[in-house]
Each structure stands twice: as C-alpha cells, then as structure tokens.
Design a protein around this ligand. Structure first.
Ligand code: GLU
Length: 424
C-alpha cells in the first residue's frame, strides 16, 4: 500500500477533474495501489516571480509556473500558456494530460506544462519579449533538450518560442534549437508544426466520419476558438469538404448556415485581432455555438466549457476535443449515457501538435530536416495507430472512448515507473 500526503497546492476544479479521470481509469485497469499515487501526482513544479520593465518605465511582476508531471518515460514535454486566468492547479492538470497524451501516442516523452498569469494582448511586443525571455531565464536550471522541452500553448506562438530559444542559447553559448518546439521554420522549427494540432483534429474527425458512413461533403462543423488550434481545425475540415457553419473566439461567435468564408475570417482576425464584428454571418453566443445542430463540434478553446447543463443540449454526432479538458466529468457521464455522440477525447484528438513537436525535436537533434508532407504523413500514421489502439481497448473492455484512451496512456507511464523501480 502507498500512502500519499497531498497538499492543497494544486487545488482547483480543473486539477480535481484530471484526478477524477485518473482515479476512474486506475480503477478500471486495477492499477496496483503502490504505483497509483506515484503515477498520478506531478513530480515537481516551479513557481517564479517575473519582473519586467514596462514601456512607461515602471516594473510589473508577473507570476509563472512550470509543472513537470512525469519524467519517467523521457524528457518532459508540453506547452506554455500565457493567460490571465492561469493557476498552478490548471497547469498541473494540463501537465498530467500531456503525460497521458505522449504515452498514448507512443512518444518518448513525459509530460509538463507551463503558464504565466498575464493577458498577452495587453502587452506591447517589447514587453512580451521581455516577459518571454525572463520566463525562460528563470527556467534554465530546470529544463533542457533532454530534461523538459517547452512549446506553444494558448497565448504563446512561434515568436515567443524564438525569444525563448535565443535566451537559452545565449546561456549555453551555442544555438540550441531542441530546447523548445513550435519555433519559426527559419530557426529550426518544423514544416507543418504550426498547423499540426488542427490538422490532426480534422484528420481524426474525418476518420470517425468514415466509421459513421458520413461523407465529409454531407457534414457540417462548429468550431469554438479561433486561435491556432481552432482556425487550423476549421481550415483543415473545410479542405476535406466539410461545411464550417460556425466559428468563435472569446469576443463572439458567428453562425452562417451557408458556410463561413474562412479565408476572410482569418484575414479579418489578422488585422482586428478578434472576431467581433466580423460580417461573415449572424452573431450568436458561444453557448449557442456549442448547441448548434451540426455533425462535428470541435471545442478548441478553454477547458470545462461542456458543462452538465450543456451536455444534454448538444446536437452534434462527433465531439472532437481540440482543447485540453473541454468536457467536465459530469458532462462526460451524460454524453456517455446519451450514447449518440462519438467523443474523440482530447489526449487523442489534439495530439497532432505534440507529435509534430516530437518530429521537430528529432530534426533539431539530427540537424536533418523533413518536408511538410513527410511531417504530416508521419503524423497521420501515428494518429491512425493510436485511434486503432483506442478502438480496440474500447471494444475489448467495453470502455468509453475517453476511458480507453486514458487507460492506455496511464498504463504505459505506470509500467515505466514500476519497471524503473524506486530509487534508492
Ligand atoms: N500545447 C500543446 C498541447 O497541449 C502542444 C505541446 C507540445 O507540442 O509540446 O498538446
């Protein structure tokens, strides 16, 4: 028997949600007690005060975190989120999901996540650069290409990765591109990485449409979130012939039953930063978007948006979780009981991003670069393999698809820990 003494450090709705998912999966596979808590709780975390000079000469101190959940299966891997509502509990939950995600799709990585409590849209480019560099500077003793490899997440992008890579490389004294993934291609970023998460969400949606016998040209989609993941998901779905009837960001949602002109929406957001007042359809609320009748609903924004109140109202055939943790535990149970929605769980659905990150890291270590086609084709192969494994596990044990994915991911991490043993 193991005993765990748990502090309230990570206490938050989203961390409790990730823990409940873990407990359910651990029960379902009878995970031995003496390995459970070791597998479940984050290995270590770092909290940082990040003072930066503002453009007006004043100094603001931001708070940032990095949680390394698992390091037993390789270097920790996961993005960095810049968002005003970041908490250490949220970062810990996201780190946990990175562990199951990397494990499920068979990457030689553990799981981690970082975050800074900041609204990046309120910083100038210079302020954002100073914050990104300071964050990386503080992380240096804690990370490395063989220890922990950050990447973009909500609120961070290629440019931020470039500043972080530069800061780290200045410290080591040589260009060290493998320290972060999601970099610009000119700095060792991978072709295909920028679109990988959305391309993966759309690819898996298409594969599940095939299983349902629905052709993409008969399908409609509603996509929540128009950041990197949401916009690339919408574009990739449209490229398969799916009609995208609604998109949204945090300012509004736009509905057009005839299909949104995505090229115009992308152009609009490039100049206006937000979707508000985009004239490509009727304005609705984000909640209305989630309950629109459509074939594919893809929440690609924040966690916990599919609530127990909304779950009975969903009118999609496929729920493609582009975001991490978009569905609460209770909503999950409701969707399972309904039985009429194919839920593609986050750890499978959005894993295209970290798969392409793995390829980027490999290319950096080998100094040998691949084409976009090679990256995406290899990524789709891994997604197909993971989907097949999940479907097999689901059928064999009569699990929900989420439980099937989580049990596969968790079992591999637990086995690695068991085999490595406890030191000393
Ligand atoms: N932030 C992304 C995720 O949640 C990507 C992480 C990575 O590429 O390391 O999966």
């Amino acid at each position: 028997m193991s005993k765990v003494i748990v502090s309230s450090l990570y206490q938050s709705d989203v961390f409790i949600m990730a823990c409940r998912q873990f407990d359910k999966a651990a029960d379902a596979i009878n995970l031995p007690e003496d390995i459970r808590d070791r597998t479940k709780y984050p290995r270590r975390c770092m909290a940082m005060a990040l003072p930066i000079k503002r453009d007006d000469g004043t100094v603001t101190v931001y708070e940032g975190y990095r949680v390394q959940h698992n390091l037993a299966t390789g270097p920790a891997k996961g993005g960095i989120r810049f968002h005003q509502n970041v908490t250490i509990g949220e970062v810990a939950a996201l780190a946990m999901w990175m562990s199951w995600k990397c494990s499920l799709v068979g990457l030689p990585f553990g799981g981690a996540k970082g975050g800074v409590i900041v609204n990046p849209s309120q910083l100038s480019t210079g302020e954002l650069e100073r914050l990104s560099r300071r964050y990386m500077q503080e992380l240096i003793p804690f990370i490395g290409p063989q220890v922990d490899i950050p990447a973009p997440d909500m609120g961070t992008n290629e440019q931020i990765m470039a500043w972080m890579m530069d800061t780290y490389s200045n410290h080591t004294g040589h260009t060290d591109p493998a320290i972060v993934t999601g970099k610009p291609v000119s700095l060792g970023g991978s072709e295909g990485r920028r679109e990988a998460t959305g391309a993966g969400v759309a690819y898996l949606s298409k594969r599940y449409l095939e299983d349902l016998g629905i052709s993409p040209s008969q399908a409609t989609a509603a996509v929540q979130g128009f950041g990197n993941v949401g916009s690339e998901t919408a574009l990739a779905l449209a490229s398969y012939g799916v009609k995208v009837i609604a998109i949204s960001d945090y300012t509004c949602a736009i509905h057009n039953p005839a299909g949104i002109n995505l090229a115009k929406a992308v152009e609009y957001v490039k100049y206006n930063k937000v979707l508000k007042d985009f004239q490509g359809g009727e304005e609705i609320t984000n909640e209305q978007l989630l309950t629109l009748p459509c074939t594919i609903l893809a929440p690609c924004a924040l966690e916990r948006v599919i609530t127990p109140e909304l779950a009975p109202l969903l009118r999609c055939r496929i729920l493609a979780e582009g975001a991490n943790g978009p569905t609460t535990n209770k909503a999950d149970t409701i969707i399972e009981e309904r039985g009429d929605i194919e839920l593609i769980p986050d750890v499978l659905c959005n894993s295209g991003g970290v798969i392409a990150s793995y390829f980027e890291w490999l290319q950096n270590l080998q100094n040998y670069y691949w084409t976009r086609d090679e990256v995406l084709t290899k990524m789709f192969t891994i997604l197909d393999r993971a989907k097949e494994a999940v479907e097999y596990q689901k059928r064999k044990y009569k699990f929900s698809r989420r439980l099937a994915a989580l049990t596969l991911g968790i079992a591999r991490v637990a086995e690695a820990k068991q085999r490595r043993g406890l030191f000393p």
